[in-house]
Every structure is written in structure tokens, then in C-alpha cells.
Design a protein around this ligand. Sequence first.
Ligand code: PHE
Length: 445
Amino acid sequence: KVTSNITINGKAFPRDSWFNVPDKVLAHTSRKLHLQKDHPISITRQILESKFPGPTYHYHNDFDPVVSTYENFDSLGFPPDHPGRARSDTYYINKDTLLRTHTSAHEAQLFGARASPGYLVSADVYRRDEVDRSHYPVFHQMEGARVWDRATVPNGDIAAAVYADLAKLPTHDIEVEDPHPPFHAERNPLQTDHHSAAEAEAIAAHLKRSLELMVVEVFSRAQAAARLQDPDFVDEPLRVRWVEAYFPFTSPSWELEVYYAGDWLEVLGCGVSKQELHINAGAPSQLGWAFGIGLDRIAMLLFQIPDIRLFWSSDARFLDQFAGVSGDLSKLKLFVPFSRHPSCYKDVSFWLPSTSSAAGGNDMAVRGQNFHENDVMEIIREVAGDTVEDVTLADQYSHPTTGRKSMCYRISYRSLERTLTNKETNDMHLRVKALLAARLGVMIR
Ligand code: PHE
């Protein structure tokens, strides 16, 4: 049932009972931080793009965030019951239309367009999620893909063509660990109906070198900037490792982890594209690889930005620090925090409705509907906006005789721009409590 239209970037979409996008999230759909001159997200995009040059790679940086449920999930082989489709995790305009949760939503369209052997898509993506300094309902991804066409490579020999292209790529001298066998019988089988093991291995080799070169570029820039500014920075040699992963639209699949500043960081997902995507896109003779990388985390690392909310700030003390870097990437320098304002944390405890029964994980059946922790997160964001820094489940408890369940969340309020008054924080917290009770039917303790 259509309730009313909603306009996003100048286009009207009908809403129905699936609609779950708060105004504060909608307002971000026009920001396009990945295109804002001298914004750290945009600078990061440019650094990554420099490792995938034209004319082989075409860049697409202006795709609308509203896509169909089909493009975001079905076209990529997500099963109908995949948890990512839930309204607790994804922002829907209506049952068939949503805010993309990843840039892979554009794969089918681009594989069909056959405009170039490779492409990059950078864009804002949207997910309902927890609240802390590295999670925000809007973030950015870059997707990349490279294809070869059996119909046009010499002698139809894909492996030879791929190795010839691999030989043209630069080399690097970092240590790469790649301990897992390339195929896994259940999760990452060879696509035997469509290509040989030798072909898949050639594509994987090209994929891995391309992405290793990309992370070497980013992390050596991060090290150089850190070294310049911080005499105590320990400049360890870069190490990367390939870890087996699962995605519904690639096989085999990997994640790339980078050892940086004492930790293994997961930086991207990738794999050999499932042939069904090319077939469904009307390009059955085409095969290749795809990857997806989150830009916000990379930018935080590159510039040592401590809080993801800063990207959305219009405070000149933040933005001015990156002026001129777009035009000259050698000007890259670390973010210098401006005054850090005090945080104020407050707890909220509530009983779930007595009809609730724990259904595992964060899901509990509430009034016959699914209640999810993300709903708590969203209500707090709705009230506090960018002045909520972190929300954690501090405690949970089941009453020994009634079995009723009680939750306690700890909310940390902190503005990036100024010191909050006690009254402001108290007022916000009261509104959070009232809204939790009204929307979720919980009983505040
Ligand atoms: N879209 C995936 C994600 O958001 C990443 C990915 C892209 C994985 C392309 C494989 C290929 O996690």
C-alpha cells in the first residue's frame, strides 16, 4: 500500500509500509562527500583511482543511491531469506526500492553495458547499524571490476590474455601471505560449468596483484604522513594476507588484510565474479573479478581521523586541514584534532514487553514483530543526531520467575564541536526514553 511519495535527489519514489528511512539519513543522500573537493573521502577515492588508470578503467562517481531490491540483492544471488535484506539492517523506500547497502548493486548494470574492460564505482552506501566511532548509517564504498571476453581475446585463451595483462602491472616488494587453497568445496567452488581452474587462477592472480598495489599505495602514504608528523611512529614493513571469504556473487572469494600499526586490518572483499551475473547481463562470454572497499575506514587510517562523524562536519577546523590536497597528493598530512569536548554518558534500562521471547542473537519477538538492537540505535540517532558517540549494551538480565527480559544500554553523548550543557544532555536522554517506549513498546525502568 502506497502511503505518499518521497523525493530523493530530485526524483519522487512511492513509499509503502516498508519505508524506514529517518529524515537525518535522507538528508545525507545529497551530500556526496566522495566528490567534495579536498574532503578526505574524496582524496582517498583519488588515491585509489590512481592505481586503476584509464582507458582500461572507467570511473562512475555519480550513481544515485536509490536502487531496486532486485539490483541490490537478487541480481547478486542473495537468497530470499538473507539477513541483510531485513528491515532491521537495510533502509527501504518501499518493498521493491531501497538505499543501496553496497556498490555491488551496480554490477549487473555495468557488466551488461560492456563499456570498458574495467570500471570503478565510488558512492555513498547505507546500512542500519550500531553506534560507535567507526559506524555511521551512511558510509562510502569503491567497487572495482575487470573483465576479459572469450570472444575477443587471442585464440579464446583467457588464461594467456590475463597473464599477459598481469605482466604489464608493476610489482611490489611487500610480504604477501596466501595460505589457503584457492577453492573450497562448499563456499568457494570452481565454477566448473563456466571456466577451468587455470582460468580462475589466472584471474585470481591478476586480482591479487591489482589490489596489493592499491593497498601498498594507500598504506605507504599513510606511513609517510605518520612518519613526517610523529617522530615516535614505528614504521614496520607492510605485510598483507589473503583470507578466504564468502560472498554470494563471487567464487572463489577473499578478504585482504593489512598489518598496520600493530593490527591486522580487514580492508576489502573480492573474488572471481559468478558467471550468472555476466550471463544475466547479456554478456555470457565475459568473465573476470570484482572487489569492494570501504572508503571511510581507509580515510580514517590515512589521515588518523578518530571519529567517523567528523566526515559529515561542516566545521572549518576539520575541513580546512585538507585544503589543497586534492590537487597535490604529496601534501597529505595527518589530521590534527581540535579541542576534544567532554563526553557525558547515561544509561537507559527497560523491560521488553512481556510477550517477548528471546529468539537468539539480537532478535526478539516483540508484539509479533521483530525487535532488533538496530532499532534502539536508530531511535538514539534520531534524537541525538551527531551528538551521540557510542552506544553499548551494558547489561541484560532475565527475571528468574517471570522470565521477563531487561536491557541496559549505555549512551555516550559528545559533540565534536562544543561542550554540551547538562540540560541539553538530560533533555535528549528524556526524549530517547520516551521514544523507545513509544516506538518499541518497552517499559523504562
Ligand atoms: N559488496 C561487498 C561488501 O559490501 C564487497 C565485495 C564487492 C565483495 C565485490 C566481492 C566483490 O561487503
